[in-house]
Write a protein that binds this ligand. Structure first.
Ligand SMILES: *Cc1c(COP(=O)(O)O)cnc(C)c1O
Ligand SMILES: [Zn+2]
Length: 420
């Protein structure tokens, strides 16, 4: 394994992480898979599905050979993350009119979002280097995940949280795990700039979205989907985009699977952004060469409320090379899709529902046909944002108030029967 700069190609020492290369480019992990044998790997991954207690019971470390083969097991901090459901929903399939649809519920991770898939790897790497204190800036889910793993490892965590448009649940969860929370006036993007300037002086292990070890761990999402479907992926994979680390990991994971011969074709990827925070989508549809940041991003999907996504170059390269598309959806469209996902019994936070809203839009525009198959990656848990739930079900938010809520004056058989 080598750590290289994605832009200038310069190799870094293994002690560099979480911050860009001197040239400003992002770091990337490059594995040597020349000795790997696809059939043997499939056999090993399949055998590990029966593990219960070992490190390999994790849905991330099951694929250790493709993620971080060199790491000594004693450093691994795991909560058996991953292992999330891949569901079908008749309700949603009919709403869309699509033949085959899967929903991959990363919301079922131990801290409630896909951030766990990457964080277990970053924290384990940091521990192998002897770090005892970890940090990140976050719209909320990254800090919850960081705080959870740091606590589990008996380490400290410090998180920088923007004061605006962050879900209170995520901040509370982070505090409950014992993190020091530093709230600042500004956005996620200001937090990222702070680490770029002062990260080295802080002397903490930085787990931001560009930490290359997080990207390696997040590849496991598509590894799990592929394994569940017997190494045959659907035509389309839809994924939400904020900082664009997840789509970067998805692309890298797909290329790994393909180059190893574990899958024989690369599905198309659709990256969905919220309209109020869609600088990447704007760049792609206008064919621009540079990303123009959005200064005041705004969306109900707090996990995607990012105006200057750090990983845009990596994301663009994959999408351009492999016929990927982008799409943006409004907060109303996100809420409409979220209601369906919640009612289907799966549930998710708003950012995740953008994938389903995007799928509907891409089908309406003719990009995706009803005869194709698709998987939507649901990134975060229903309970991650109770403000949004309260507004929707008690009234006052975008979309219609919930007709399932009725009030009666006095509890009696007649009043209850009259409302059934
Ligand atoms: C972080 C996050 C996203 C966005 O992922 P990026 O890697 O930042 O593009 C989407 N949904 C949820 C729930 C998240 O926590
Ligand atoms: Zn460089």
């Amino acid at each position: 394994m080598k750590i290289k700069c994605y832009d200038c190609g310069k190799e870094s020492l293994e002690t560099t992480y979480g911050n860009p290369c001197e040239c400003g480019g992002l770091l990337e992990i490059v594995h040597d898979f020349s000795e790997a044998d696809a059939d043997k790997l499939k056999y090993v991954f399949q055998r590990r599905l029966s593990e219960r207690m070992s490190t390999y019971a994790s849905g991330v470390w099951r694929y250790k050979e493709l993620i971080y083969p060199e790491l000594a097991e004693e450093h691994i901090v795991t909560k058996r993350e991953g292992n999330t459901g891949l569901y079908g929903s008749e309700l949603i399939r009919q709403w869309l009119g699509i033949r085959t649809l899967w929903l991959k519920a990363q919301s079922e991770n131990p801290s409630g979002s896909f951030k766990d898939n990457g964080m277990t790897v970053a924290i384990s790497h940091g521990r192998s280097l002897g770090y005892k204190r970890f940090t990140c800036t976050s719209t909320g889910n990254t800090s919850s995940s960081l705080a959870m793993y740091a606590a589990l490892a008996g380490c400290e965590s410090v998180v920088l949280v923007p004061s605006e448009q962050v879900s209170a649940n995520k901040v509370l969860q982070t505090m409950a795990y014992g993190a020091k929370v530093i709230e600042f006036d500004g956005t996620y993007d200001d937090g990222i700039r702070f680490y770029e300037q002062f990260g080295v002086e802080l002397g903490l292990y930085i787990c931001n979205s560009m930490n290359p070890f997080r990207i390696e761990g997040q590849k496991s999402i598509v590894f799990e989907i592929a394994q569940s479907l017997n190494w045959e992926l659907p035509d389309w994979i839809l994924i939400p985009g904020g900082a664009l680390s997840n789509v970067t990991a998805l692309g890298k994971g797909l290329l790994d699977l393909h180059s190893l011969g574990l899958i024989d074709r690369i599905p198309r990827v659709a990256l969905i952004q919220a309209e109020g925070a869609s600088p990447f989508h704007e760049m792609m549809i206008h064919g621009r060469r540079e990303l123009i940041p959005v200064n005041r991003p705004s969306t109900i999907a707090s996990a995607m409320n990012i105006g200057h996504p750090p990983s845009w170059r990596k994301a663009r390269e994959f999408l351009k090379e492999h016929k990927g598309v982008t799409c943006s959806v409004t907060d109303e469209e996100i809420m409409e899709a979220k209601v369906l996902i919640d009612r289907s019994g799966i549930g998710c936070e708003p950012a995740s529902a953008s994938t389903l809203a995007g799928l509907r839009k891409l089908m309406a525009g003719g990009t995706i046909s009803k005869d194709e198959s698709a998987v939507c990656i649901l990134t975060g848990n229903l309970l991650k944002d109770t403000d949004v739930l309260r507004k929707h079900h008690f009234g006052g938010g975008p979309g219609q108030a919930d007709p399932h809520r009725v009030a009666i004056a006095r509890l009696s058989l007649e009043t209850v029967m009259s409302r059934l």
